[in-house]
Write a protein that binds this ligand. Structure first.
Ligand code: ATP
Ligand code: MG
Length: 586
């Protein structure tokens, strides 16, 4: 891997919560992390919504803005912690009045509107299981997920209802209640209600019932990057991890203005777009609009965002547009920038420094882990291209599968399966209705993540690839990320997706699909130049043998490159589950 200089950290105006990584690891224990939370009064357990909302609503920060919502047309709505308590109480009462019970699945299919946040937190108060759906899903993925989970209630908008729910509603016998938030023309179908009317009629008082830390809270479908999405189940105790990672990995301080750009349809948008900032009592920005370069820079500037959590897909788009648009504005409040969801190429880390004067801090986790597990911390030097080091309290290892078990590989610069020692509070407790699939994730006392990684001599972890994407060529194992990174260092290359293409001699050959930067045209000469460039960087074995220019790469709606689709298309094979494919907008 190309050596990028280490990004050293100098002390800033704000002292990081995690000042000394080694010391934090030594002193960390989960009991202390639990103590950061308030727990329900009267010893009634632990409820995510109480930690995120109610405890602040009866504290000196009751009047502070919890959520600052920016509408598509730039209206700003501030919702204080006190107001959020009242609204979520109302919604919990609405569920109660309908007869929705503890453990029933309550879904949301909306854009990023305030009602989504009220639904999520109100459902958690009521001890229902909340599950968010991405609003860009078509009727088929909506139906599949509602059916798998036997959803009992759904909150949506008129437009989404008409396009995505009405056509399939007959096929969902368990879906008894559909609540339409914008009230306009609620259809005269039994079981269909006007959200606002029900909210207006509901009381602002609600007593959260006893909630065991192990009570089911959230059902999150994975991104479907490698196959059919899985429904990962999380419990209320997950909030311990949301809260502590907000502090340690995102360095949230009480006065922060935090912006997580992810949609709550994905786990990041719930764990860090809803729960972590609120449990930490900060102000969280919610933008209704999709990615838009100038708009994003304006929000960062005008809202005085201090901690920003985004994703490589957006960073790559910003990089393509260059530093100039960034420099049009100033971001004096911005202190920490994080990235998650896909490997962040070292170029991206360095570009952050050039454009914003701050590096992006990559961190790694999965739907299944519920919260950040490996991270680059505010106080820690960054090795660009590395995911960082395990969260204090998390034991991560590189292991090798053996017959019937796993072997931990000790030492420096080792590569293999990335595994975590089970037991952290936000660990998934199952895949919905897929017991066998869940069981298979645990081998020899470890949770196997399905990702391959390398650990260097100082304990930094480097992403190699997903086990399913690894390329086997002439007796070597190659992670696509390394090849993609090298390709992207060529000045003409904006993005790359790399696969193994079956080959009678080498088993597989490395093939790269390349998206060019603006100003570059596909040509045989350019192809040759890129191939040569990669060969110089990577050596003949690892470098691609073939390159194809493309105008787009298949991505999930959360922005991840779907290499399995590149491969299926290359080989003329069926594409499999494409419900989360970005281009498949209906
Ligand atoms: P599916 O499991 O359905 O194939 P998915 O794995 O993409 O989908 P998520 O749980 O949303 O679903 O994503 C987690 C995965 O994303 C990780 O296992 C890893 O492969 C990738 N990932 C997340 N963060 C990073 C990161 N910082 N660096 C590299 N890869 C990352
Ligand atoms: Mg996965």
């Amino acid at each position: 891997m190309a050596a990028y200089p280490v990004v050293h950290k100098a002390p800033g105006a704000v002292t990081p919560n995690l000042l000394d990584y080694e010391a934090a690891c030594r002193s960390f224990n989960w009991e202390a992390a639990r103590h950061e939370l308030s727990y329900l009064p009267g010893g009634h357990g632990l409820n995510i919504a109480y930690e995120a909302v109610d405890r602040h609503a009866s504290s000196p920060i009751a009047g502070k803005t919890a959520i600052r919502w920016i509408s598509r047309d730039d209206r700003i709505v501030d919702i204080s912690y006190a107001r959020l308590r009242a609204l979520t109480n109302r919604f919990a009462n609405v569920l109660d009045s309908l007869g929705v019970s503890r453990g029933d699945r309550v879904f949301a299919l909306t854009g990023r509107i305030p009602e989504l946040y009220v639904t999520a937190l109100g459902a958690l108060k009521h001890r229902a299981v909340f599950s968010p759906l991405f609003s860009a899903f078509g009727p088929e993925p909506v139906k599949t997920r509602l059916a798998i989970a036997e959803a009992r209630a759904l909150v949506t908008t008129t437009a989404l209802y008409e396009r995505k729910v009405a056509p399939i509603r007959d096929e969902l016998p368990s879906l008894e209640f559909v609540l339409i938030v914008d009230g306009a023309g609620v259809p005269d179908t039994p079981g269909t209600f006007d959200f606002r009317q029900l909210m207006d009629a509901a009381s602002e008082e609600y007593a959260i019932g006893p909630t065991a830390p192990e009570e089911l809270a959230l059902l999150h479908f994975t991104s479907g990057t490698t196959g059919t999405p899985k429904g990962a189940l999380h419990v209320h105790e997950a909030v311990v991890v949301h809260n502590v990672t907000g502090k340690l990995a995102l360095d949230l301080h009480p006065d922060d203005i935090f912006w997580c750009t992810a949609d709550p349809g994905w786990v990041t948008g719930t764990s860090y777009g809803i729960i972590a900032p609120l449990s930490n009592g900060v102000t969280s920005i919610v933008d209704e609009e999709e990615f838009d370069l100038d708009r994003w820079y304006r929000i960062l500037d005008e809202q005085g965002v201090s901690v920003w959590y985004t994703a490589p897909t957006a960073i790559r788009m910003m990089m393509r547009a260059g530093v100039e648009p960034v420099k049009q504005r100033k971001y004096p409040a911005l202190r920490f920038m994080g990235s998650v969801g896909e490997p962040l190429n070292p170029e991206g880390v360095v570009w952050g420094q050039e454009a914003f004067g701050l590096p992006f801090h990559d961190n790694w986790w999965q739907t299944e882990t519920g919260g950040i597990m490996i991270a680059n911390y505010a106080s820690m030097d960054i090795r660009p291209g590395s995911m960082g080091r395990p969260l204090p309290g998390i034991e991560a290892a590189i292991v090798q599968r053996t017959d019937g078990g796993v072997k931990v590989i000790e030492g420096a610069d080792v590569e293999g399966d990335l595994a975590l020692k089970p037991g952290w509070p936000s660990m998934f407790r199952g895949y919905w209705n897929e017991e066998e699939r869940y069981r298979k994730c645990f081998v020899g006392g470890w949770y196997l993540t399905g990702d391959l990684a390398r650990r260097d001599k100082d304990g930094y972890f480097w992403f190699v690839g997903r086990a399913d994407d690894v390329i086997k060529t002439s007796g070597h194992l190659i992670g696509p990320f390394e090849v993609e990174t090298a390709l992207m260092e060529h000045k003409a290359v904006a993005e790359a997706g790399v696969i193994g293409k079956p080959d009678p001699v080498a088993l597989e050959i490395v093939k790269g699909f390349v998206l060019l930067n603006s100003g570059f045209e596909p040509s045989d000469a350019l192809k040759k130049d890129i191939l040569l460039f990669a060969r110089k960087k990577l050596g003949a074995v690892v470098a691609p043998k073939e390159i194809e220019f493309v105008t787009d790469l298949p991505r999930t709606r959360s922005g991840k490159i779907m290499r399995r689709l590149l491969k299926a298309r290359e080989l003329g094979l069926p594409e499999g589950d494409t419900s989360t494919l970005e281009a498949a907008r209906d």
